[in-house]
Ligand binder design. Sequence first.
Ligand SMILES: O=C(CO)COP(=O)(O)O
Length: 128
Amino acid sequence: MKLAVIAHDGKKAEMVSFLNKHYNFLHSANITIVATGTTGKHAQAAGLEVQRMLSGPQGGDAQIAAQVAEGLIQGVFFFRDPLDIHPHEPDINMLMRICDVHNVPLATNPATAELVLKGLAVASDDNN
Ligand SMILES: O=C(CO)COP(=O)(O)O
């Protein structure tokens, strides 16, 4: 299973601490993590293993949306900063729309992401 993680600048620290907190589960459940460029750089600097796409404003959100549309990504954790403006707002909206079009779980804050991970843990227990 592949999960995408994306965080706006004001939320990158929260994303790294979220991933650290859940790394054992993600690793043991064989979940591959793909990230937009700078989010991925922060995660790698914290010692986490992630695949990096382009930075969000350079097309990283669009690359992740394409993988969602192709059925290659099964969940998206997108910690958005609602208090900041983003030059690539159309790409952000497009990624969220594509998740809805393809019924792919999309968590836009850590509280929802926790619940999604709990659901994945239950699903992976059921499969074992
Ligand atoms: O801008 C982003 C999401 O819209 C995130 O991109 P970065 O991880 O490259 O900062």
